[in-house]
Design a binder for this molecule. Structure first.
Ligand code: GDP
Ligand code: ZN
Length: 460
């Protein structure tokens, strides 16, 4: 437990119905009592109950009307004593209330420090702490579901099981290292080791197979809109942006690592690649030539190649399409309103790229978005956008840790085949276990944990 008491404004700063100042730590209760005047005097306020009253300044003046809750350790967000003050949601009442807590001995919390305390105090593990920020940043229902499952410990539990199996074998191995004269112990250890390592290998592999879909469902499908000038790329992007405004409202105060240009097409988040200046980017790609386009497309999960139905397929199109064809590719034949049928360009296209999905569209007449959505679902998600019910990997950090763990297990299995000594095998097993432990935070360095929490917002 921490010695000092931290405080912060826990709600976005701006105008709102209410705003919350949160205090956590050993002095939270005293500070709360000191700055608050109950409407009806209360001797021993109950835990987790809201009290009506006023926030009082140093000179006894009323700073704001408020509701206050004392939450006794350990059933709190941080597991420490927590006090939450619901003020009016404006900059001044929140600032005044926060200042008062600081005057009374609290320290201003750093970004993510409340969640960090929940982690350090053992209430949640690192993967669960990361899920908190994912929930805050979720842009689609699916992203939200995935993050909630992670907060509930679905991934942590799976990783914990795998670790547990490997740990018990490690114990056996270490016994046989300590008692080398018992050949039988060593034989048993070898058999168990191979079995456990193969099983763990298989399970980690299964988890890794969920990583691409998990990332896409959570962060969005990195999408590039490509095509020759004037085919309607910017118009398409605008149509997609308009579509999403009906569904997702703009979130104020989004931080820099949130991808700004993200559109929601029927529940699938499309994140426009190279978000620096999307409107320029779509036109930059076309000017960059094939080589550069290929590079720009390197990051994309999906390429939308736009053609003009009233125009011919050019050599340039074919070149760009072939460059794009290394990625999941959907061709949009736009401006179908200008032709009686888009058959011409589609036929030519199919003679160049036989199996590419084609979506006829007219952005100006608002036709084809539904078909585009269906094409994406069948191309990228094999018809199923639902997240799986078992554990899914949704973060690059977890994917990396799992991959390293897998490599160590592979190394160990081949060393086992080649008849290496058991103490050498134990080294690989240790490393595999450490890599797994990074996911839940057991084996993660303080630096990395700090870095993860510093990406949070203040007050969380
Ligand atoms: P970009 O250069 O590929 O980004 O193309 P723009 O989005 O700037 O569009 C070029 C022109 O095509 C503009 O005048 C648009 O209004 C027009 N345009 C875009 N989509 C359609 C469409 O579906 N039908 C028709 N008739 N015109 C369109
Ligand atoms: Zn454009």
């Amino acid at each position: 437990m921490h010695e000092d008491t931290i405080a912060a404004i826990a709600t976005p700063v701006g105008e709102g119905g209410i705003g919350i100042v949160r205090i956590s730590g050993p002095q939270a209760k005293d500070i709360g009592k000191e700055l608050f005047r109950f409407h009806r005097p209360v001797q021993n306020p109950q835990s987790h109950k809201l009290y009506y009253g006023h926030v009082i300044g140093e000179g006894g003046e009323v700073l704001d009307e408020a509701l206050l809750a004392f939450m006794h350790s350990p059933r709190t967000y941080t597991t420490e004593d927590v006090v939450e003050i619901n003020c009016h949601g404006g900059i001044m009442p929140l600032k005044k209330t926060l200042e008062r807590t600081l005057q009374l001995g609290a320290r201003l919390a750093e970004a993510g420090e409340f969640t960090q305390r929940a982690f350090l105090n053992g209430r949640i593990d690192l993967a669960q702490a990361e899920a908190v920020i994912q929930i805050i940043r979720a842009r689609t229902e699916t992203a939200m579901q995935l993050s909630v499952a992670q907060l509930q410990g679905r991934l942590s539990q799976k990783v914990g099981e795998i670790r547990q199996q490997l740990l018990s074998v490690l114990a056996h191995m270490e016994a046989s290292i300590d008692f080398p004269e018992h050949q039988d112990v060593e034989d048993v250890a070898f058999v168990q080791l191979r079995e456990a390592a193969e099983l763990a290998h298989k399970e980690i592999d299964l988890l890794l197979q969920t990583a691409d879909k998990g990332r896409i469902l959570r962060e969005g499908l990195r999408t590039a809109i490509v095509g020759r000038p004037n085919v309607g790329k910017s118009s398409l992007l605008n149509a997609l942006l308009k579509e999403q405004r009906a569904i997702v409202t703009d979130i104020p105060g989004t931080t820099r690592d949130v991808l700004e240009e993200s559109v929601n097409l029927g529940g699938i988040a499309l994140t426009m690649v190279d978000t620096a200046g999307i409107r320029e980017t779509t036109d930059t790609v076309e000017k960059m030539g094939v080589e550069r386009s290929r590079e720009a497309l390197g990051q994309a999960d999906l390429v939308l190649y736009v053609l003009d139905a009233s125009d011919d397929l050019t050599a340039e199109d074919i070149e760009l399409l072939q460059a794009a064809g290394e990625k999941p590719l959907i061709v949009i034949v736009n401006k179908t309103d200008l032709v009686s049928s888009p058959a011409d360009v589609t036929t030519k296209l199919h003679s160049e790229l036989a199996s590419v999905p084609v979506v006829p569209m007219s952005v100006v007449e608002n036709r084809g978005l539904q078909e585009l959505e269906e094409a994406i679902v069948s191309l990228v998600f094999q018809g199923d956008v639902k997240p799986s019910q078992s554990a899914m990997v949704t973060s690059a950090r977890h994917k990396d840790a799992l991959s390293r763990s897998l490599t160590f297990l592979q190394d160990m299995l081949s060393a086992l085949e080649s008849g290496f000594a058991i103490d050498l095998l134990a080294i690989d097993l240790h490393s595999a276990l450490d890599a797994l432990g990074e996911i839940t935070g057991e084996t993660v360095g303080a630096d990395l944990a700090d870095e993860i929490f510093s990406a949070f917002c203040i007050g969380k």
